[in-house]
Design a protein around this ligand. Structure first.
Ligand code: DGL
Length: 253
């Protein structure tokens, strides 16, 4: 059983692609809504929450883990595998597969993500390691707006005000380095069209799901189960509308 981990609704963007690629595997999704947003927390706090979240998924029966949260990617470091007693091969995080998928990209990438992800420099350094230039831009309030069910107009205004001055002519790619952001992809598309129309938007879910499908076996009953730490009508709405699961099995614990 694959366990998918995020602070809330963001990991659903990975889950959706994963389900398309792997229709048979059983999936348990953990959304730590009570502690969201993760992106404004310190590296120390994120390390603790990551261990707790992954241990929780293991208790739920997960034998393989997908960390569908960019903000904790820097926490997925070597000591953690020993703490969790989990073979390295059984965990997939966001940054490695995404950087690998962008290898050979001509041009320059603008990474938009949470404060924690941008501060960690994980994407910027990773991309430079494979010869791709990158800039980073934190959008620190966007996850709260999404999880709080803000109106499209409010989110559009926020994205426009933050992104328009930073998206330059030499930015050929805009990398959505927070799994929450593809939930409002149309807003990013509109702003990019207006400011820098040739810029290509990249959703890491595709590369991540590709690695998961290669590494883990697509065997099981095809069930999807959700465990969240706080009740959230916004989460339920995304599960139904974004993932197309009309009668989801969601437990609040
Ligand atoms: N969706 C997560 C990410 O990709 C976490 C966002 C948050 O909780 O701030 O970073």
């Amino acid at each position: 059983m694959i366990g998918v981990f995020d602070s809330g609704s963001g990991g659903l963007t990975v889950l959706r692609v994963l389900r398309e690629r792997m229709p048979n595997v059983d999936i348990v999704y953990f959304g730590d809504i009570k502690n969201a947003p993760y992106g404004n927390k310190s590296r120390e706090e994120l390390g603790v929450l990551t261990v707790l979240g992954i241990e929780r998924l293991i208790r739920e029966g997960a034998t393989e883990i997908v960390s569908a949260c960019n903000s904790v990617s820097v926490s997925i470091v070597l000591p953690m595998f020993e703490i969790l007693d989990l073979p390295h091969a059984n965990i997939v995080e966001m940054v490695g597969p995404t950087v690998s998928g962008l290898r050979g990209t001509e041009g320059k990438v603008l990474v938009v993500a949470t404060h924690a992800t941008i501060e960690s420099n994980a994407y910027q350094d990773g991309l430079r390691m494979v010869g791709v230039s990158a800039d980073g831009l934190a959008l620190p309030d966007l996850v709260s707006l999404i999880e709080g069910g803000a109106s499209d107009d409010a989110m559009r205004e926020y994205v426009h005000n933050a992104l328009a001055p930073e998206l330059k002519e030499d930015h050929t790619h805009l990398l959505l380095g927070c799994t929450h952001f593809p939930l409002i992809r149309t807003i990013f598309t509109d702003v990019v069209k207006e400011v820098q129309p040739t810029c290509v938007i990249v959703d890491p879910a595709l590369s991540v799901a590709g690695v998961v499908a290669q590494r883990f076996r697509d065997a099981g009953g095809g069930t999807t189960r959700f465990v969240i730490t706080e009740d959230s009508p916004v989460f339920v709405k995304f599960v139904q509308e974004y993932c197309g699961i009309t009668q989801p099995n969601i437990e609040v614990r």
